[in-house]
Design a protein around this ligand. Structure first.
Ligand SMILES: Cc1cc2nc3c(=O)[nH]c(=O)nc-3n(C[C@H](O)[C@H](O)[C@H](O)COP(=O)(O)OP(=O)(O)OC[C@H]3O[C@@H](n4cnc5c(N)ncnc54)[C@H](O)[C@@H]3O)c2cc1C
Length: 131
């Protein structure tokens, strides 16, 4: 994935966290971002696992962002991450734990396995775009 990314000016950001589970699964985050014409963001654990370059880090130690749409995949909603994206216009969260704190700030919450949910979201977005 490209090192250079303009998170601050992006209108759509799709971010992935530790819950994506592997570098292979993290590619789904990239595919969803591409389907939404957005850019990829990430939490610190996803960066430390080397699934994505550090330039994509959102939060206290990364970029403070305010896109129109922020989709958080497999992200718990720790304050150090949320402080970097809570200014987003519309927040969608996908997490398998219905008690995950990210749902407290999400406008739409999807409880489920991100590895299964993301391909369905991509399919629906593609259908809408081809209408
Ligand atoms: C000084 C300091 C600065 C920090 N700065 C930052 C920062 O800038 N940015 C940042 O992000 N973090 C930062 N952190 C780290 C922060 O505290 C959290 O540890 C981090 O944000 C958690 O990342 P996460 O949500 O990816 O992982 P976790 O907290 O481990 O959450 C993973 C989530 O994935 C869910 N999950 C698991 N499997 C699946 C699945 N298959 N499908 C869907 N959901 C699933 C789990 O239910 C869980 O909620 C900082 C910490 C410190 C101490």
């Amino acid at each position: 994935m490209a090192e250079a990314v303009n998170l601050e000016e992006a209108e759509v950001i799709v971010s992935g966290g530790r819950g994506m589970g592997s570098k292979e699964n993290f590619k789904l985050v990239e595919k969803l971002a591409s389907a939404c014409h957005g850019v990829v963001g990430a939490t610190t654990p996803a960066i430390e696992a080397e699934w994505v370059p550090r330039s994509h880090q959102v939060g206290q130690s990364g970029k403070i962002v305010a896109p129109k749409l922020y989709i958080a995949c497999g992200i718990s909603g720790a304050t150090q991450h949320v402080s970097g994206m809570v200014g987003s216009g519309y927040i969608v969260a996908v997490n398998k734990d219905e008690d995950a704190p990210i749902f407290d700030i999400a406008d739409v919450g999807i409880v489920g396995d991100a590895v299964k949910v993301i391909p369905l979201l991509i399919e629906e977005i593609k259908k809408t775009r081809s209408l």
